[in-house]
Write a protein that binds this ligand. Structure first.
Ligand code: S3P
Length: 423
């Protein structure tokens, strides 16, 4: 796809539903008793893999306009699927599903596409094994995963990496444990699982960075409204900040404090972002107004990383065109996403003339006045692709992205939405 620079972005947009919340709503809806209605499930490859996996395990999932109706059959209501469950490129589906399968009475193999088949799974194999679950990965680390459900032991687990997917796998397995399972992380990752489990009536307790769940309690079906995905919104927030004269209104974006750090960090870099009409639902939402601004570098410490993990590629683009130096510490988790996002962004941004150095877990970006057009490589990664599209909009000439189909993972309408806002 060719991308020409634009003068500015203006207008009002709705951002499709949050990916993390959509996965969890389908999962908890399937495990609750009765019909859960979900408004605004993200219509993307990843969320469709989650829905398909539960359909293959006997759960009726029906789309009625904006509503997805999930007929849950209780904690132990899943049936053994006829075949292996393929989860495509969805790490969230694979990792959290492994926790759910821990408590079922059957064995299943979860398979993945080529990229996910290279991503680490030991981080869930270890805690689930401690919980007494029979779980096997290729070389102890990679997909496919085979999980044979059975009795689940309660554990006290301190996570070596702060990861919401790992935390969620343990908490879902904890729904089946005898007694109370406790999981602690160094820095708090996104807390959608905790919030939604509480909403569905699970016996859950949150104490700082420690979450406890007591197993054996059936869940009740609920009505869930999925807010707009702040990670998808981040590309438009970054673009409007960079393109002079832009003014965007982004409606009903999820403002969960474990997800909205991108806005706080951009604001401290000098961005003009107003958060308005905030509603304190079980997942808070607000409208976000962004106007272009001159930004300067900042320091992002390790403890801030989980709160901005998916928005870092967009932040790299803003930092590249900001005044002065941006230092990002402890971002090593970016190397095990859909691609090594430190490498993919470093290569692409450097080719455009940015001053980006990424060594190990740390990144230093020195702002430049302008970016050159380039041939961009998406590396099959949706967030590299969308972030680099933002860089291309702000560049001095026409760029090209080698493959844009990967945006279907979280935001199939990304380029269409962008077209609507171009001036
Ligand atoms: C997710 C958690 C994050 C994030 C991913 C979705 C989730 O991964 O990068 O896009 O829905 O729990 P980690 O928890 O592994 O950091």
């Amino acid at each position: 796809m060719k991308i020409r620079p634009v003068i500015r972005l203006t207008g009002e947009i709705d951002i499709p539903g949050d990916k993390s919340i959509s996965h969890r709503a389908i999962m908890l809806g399937s495990l609750a008793k009765g019909e859960t209605r979900i408004k605004g499930v993200q219509d993307s490859d990843d969320c469709n893999y989650t829905a398909a996996a539960f359909s293959q395990m006997g759960i009726e999932i029906e789309k009625r306009g904006e509503i997805t109706a999930v007929k849950g059959k209780g904690l132990k209501g899943l049936q053994k699927p006829a075949v292996e469950l393929h989860v495509g490129n969805s790490g969230t589906t694979m990792r959290i599903l492994a926790g759910i399968l821990a408590g079922q009475d059957f064995e299943v193999t979860l398979t993945a596409d080529e990229s996910l088949s290279r991503r680490p799974m030991k981080r869930i194999v270890e805690p689930l094994s401690l919980m007494g679950v029979d779980i096997k990965a290729r070389d102890g680390e990679y997909p496919p995963l085979t999980v044979k459900g059975g009795p689940v032991k309660a554990v006290n687990y301190k996570m070596p990496v702060s990861s919401a997917q790992v935390k969620s796998a343990i908490l879902f397995a904890g729904l089946y444990s005898e007694g109370t399972t406790r999981v602690t992380e160094e820095f708090r990752s996104r807390d959608h699982t905790e919030r939604m489990m509480e909403y569905f009536g699970a016996d859950i307790d949150i104490d700082g960075t420690r979450v406890s769940v007591t197993g054996g309690k059936e869940l009740a079906s609920r009505y869930v409204e999925v807010p707009g995905d702040i990670s998808s919104a981040s590309f438009f927030i970054a673009a409007a900040t960079l393109l002079q004269g832009s003014k965007l209104m982004i409606k009903k974006v999820g403002m969960n404090p474990t997800r909205s750090c991108f806005i706080d960090i951009l604001a401290r870099m000098g961005a003009h972002i107003a958060v308005m009409n905030k509603k304190a639902l079980f997942e808070p939402v607000a409208d976000i107004e962004v106007e272009s601004a001159k930004t300067s570098g900042t320091v992002i410490e390790k403890g801030e990383i989980p709160g901005i993990i998916d928005e870092l590629p967009a932040l790299f683009v803003v930092a590249s065109l900001s005044e002065g130096r941006t230092v990002i510490e402890g971002a090593g988790e970016l190397r095990v996403k859909e691609t090594d996002r430190i490498r993919s962004m470093q290569e692409n941004l450097s080719a455009m003339g940015a001053r980006f150095s990424g060594e190990g877990d740390n990144i230093i970006i020195d702002g430049v006045k302008e970016l050159k057009p380039s041939i961009i490589k998406a590396y099959g990664d949706h967030r590299t692709c969308m972030s680099m599209a933002v860089a291309a909009l702000a560049a001095r000439g026409e760029s090209e992205i080698d493959d844009v189909a990967c945006v279907g993972k979280s935001f199939p309408g990304f380029f269409r939405t962008l077209e609507e806002l171009k001036q």
